[in-house]
Design a protein around this ligand. Sequence first.
Ligand code: ASP
Length: 631
Amino acid sequence: MTLDFLGTLKRTHMCGDLRAADADQHVVLMGWVNRRRDHGNLIFLDVRDRSGITQVVLDKEKSGEAHAKAEAARPEFVVAVKGKVRRRAAGLENPNMPTGEIEVVAEELLLLNESKTPPFSPAEEAIGNEEVRLKYRYIDLRRIEMQHNFALRSRVAMAIRNYLVGEGFIEIETPFMTRSTPEGARDYLVPSRVHAGEFYALPQSPQIFKQILMISGFDRYFQIARCFRDEDLRADRQPEFTQIDLEMSFPTQETVFAVVEGFLTAAFAAAGIVLAPPFVRMTYDDAIRNYGIDKPDMRLPAMVSLTDLLTPELRTTLKIEQDLPILGFVIPKAGDLSGTQHKGVVNEVRASFGDCGLDLLDVKRLTTSTEFEPLAKSIRDKLTRGYADFIRSNGCADALGVDPDSPSLSNDFLTVVITPKLGTPAKWNHDPQWIYKRVGALRLELAKKFADKHKLFEQTHTAADFKFAWVTDFPMYEWDEESKTWLAAHHPFTSPHEDDIKAGRLTSDKGAVRALAYDIVLNGTELGSGSIRIHRQDVQAEIFRSLGMTDEEAKARFGFFLDALEYGTPPHGGIALGLDRIVMILAGAASLREVIAFPKTAKAIDLMVDAPTPATEAQLRELHLRIAGRT
Ligand code: ASP
């Protein structure tokens, strides 16, 4: 096939631009053949670029040469079309295409490049095999949906940059080749050729550098930063990912929250969604008490404490352990289960609690006994009040199709009440909040199971889809059963609450120390976390010590940073949010891989470039490395 040269031909419009008002204009379009339909004397080519698709008509009678070339054209050939815009005849418009009112009648067709038959067509919506998509990523990325995702990603990143720069933040790059950062994951290491046996680490985050930038007086830093963590990959993790990373001097937590709320509002506006900050703030303890988890999904009603409704006598009769919490929650719209369905739920809950001592209280059965009927009523009343409050504060009466003031509201939901059987332990692995956490997990599980009924997870593409919360006052330490020690729950530069330092709890009562750490949560996922940092060398050294690190160990790992802290470090704090996840949510995508141009598989492989690969003997020798063996 003879291909044409582009020569001096210039494109006049993108393929998604033309409308009825452009009729009779002479235009030049360039792009890929999305589809080709051959009707003999008439050939239709749908020509696609990143902006959309235009239908091009080639008429043998009018332009024989162009028609002959169109006969040779195949999907994914690269073409240029010179022609005239024509309104489509009445009845032939395509309302599903933005350019569906017009077509371009070709006068000239240039075949700029041919294409092998692609392994899948970017014109098709459903493309099954993800491995094939990743191997031929360049073809996958041609799909309109992917083009949309990356245009959105670019707009979101730009909106965030503009907002932060407007707030006085300076964008500063920090190194990729550095030393281990303390985010708690495994490092990716880069061997040094010049220094035999020594390695750089890729940053798990710019944490230490951004703190040093505060010591350097930059006051407000940000970076849309790549981070690298060698973790065992779960479905929604990537070995390299992008954070919106920021740090500020002299902030309170609220200063950080306002900046994040501002840039998220700008980012969501770039996707056409109007947020209304401030977001809900809640302490870690409240999150656990009300949602049983530190990343509450507030699209669903919270748990309700029923502890005060059961007197010690009632607990004795019903064989419920004294003094432990009794929790209930409702699953909206699941109140009309059949007897068998209800039994199914009961069995499932009992099986999932297994041997931990928790049990489901059958409130329906209580109703049938005169002795327990008043208790059943008070439980249902309290849960109904909670549900009505949820509907009112979430403004979801219409979405759920219920009236919060209706007397029949209690028929609308499934009631779940969990009690501790006699002998249930108050702590599980040192954790006094375990009951809240188990019941919270059940709440999410059942809400997922009945999602078709309550539809509270469905997207309406408005701000109502997005329930944000700040979770504050996290515990500073976590007990590790394996090593029988307290470990830092966050990176070790996180400041403890000033009151807890003053009260000496760092040494006397680690379990009670709160951190000035916070998370931003959206619909039950953590979008980001941050903290007010330690800015005093003495406190930093004490934290390292309280984590079981000797002064020598701390010096060996973070000596440069401890030194820097001694040269006038201002109080400072910051946060980092996952950009990939934010874009994924805004794009309504099912996985991070839909919003990362060249992602890795769950086994950390790049299928397109085929990485990782073995190094050559010569490379290894230069790097002073020898491969010991494979496992
Ligand atoms: N460096 C932390 C992280 O990546 C965030 C922060 O504390 O600002 O999770």
